[in-house]
Design a protein around this ligand. Structure first.
Ligand SMILES: Cc1cc2nc3c(=O)[nH]c(=O)nc-3n(C[C@H](O)[C@H](O)[C@H](O)COP(=O)(O)OP(=O)(O)OC[C@H]3O[C@@H](n4cnc5c(N)ncnc54)[C@H](O)[C@@H]3O)c2cc1C
Length: 119
């Protein structure tokens, strides 16, 4: 019997497109399906809104910098990518928002305190 090649095109190389491509490849491999996967990204780089800059010894996130530890889907993705050892639990105790020249504490009880994991 001739095996059918499945052709899939994913549009967009942000976290949604990249994780879709990752799971499509994983599922195809596990089910023995031949897959020809194409990812189309309009920008010159992958990552979409996720953009990391390394400058003067600092790691600066221009967009997302964390996810909620209680979100199972992200924890599963990180585990399946083998990146668990690179996660840093938020340990600042207090998170601040910089507005103008002033740091404003994020109020207690908000989602970002204590339960986020940072790359
Ligand atoms: C300032 C900021 C801070 C944030 N902080 C957090 C956070 O801490 N934690 C968190 O979980 N979320 C955070 N978010 C939300 C998070 O960034 C988004 O939910 C997530 O990045 C969206 O991913 P995406 O792949 O769906 O879209 P995007 O990241 O927007 O990626 C879409 C990609 O598709 C490409 N594209 C679009 N149209 C086409 C086309 N026609 N052809 C080819 N390519 C195309 C774009 O160039 C882009 O690369 C934040 C968002 C912002 C703006």
């Amino acid at each position: 019997m001739t095996e059918t090649m499945r052709k899939v095109t994913v549009i967009g190389g942000g976290i949604t497109g990249l994780s879709t491509a990752f799971y499509l490849q994983k599922e195809a491999r596990e089910r023995g399906i031949s897959l020809e996967l194409t990812l189309i990204e309009a920008a010159h780089r992958l990552g979409g809104k996720i953009q990391t800059i390394k400058r003067d010894g600092f790691i600066i996130e221009r967009g997302p910098d964390a996810f909620l530890a209680r979100k199972d889907s992200m924890r599963t993705l990180v585990k399946e990518l083998g990146l668990e050892s690179e996660l840093i639990r938020s340990s600042a105790g207090q998170t601040f928002v910089l507005a103008g020249e002033e740091l404003h504490p994020v109020p207690g009880g908000s989602a970002y305190r204590g339960i986020s994991l940072r790359f």
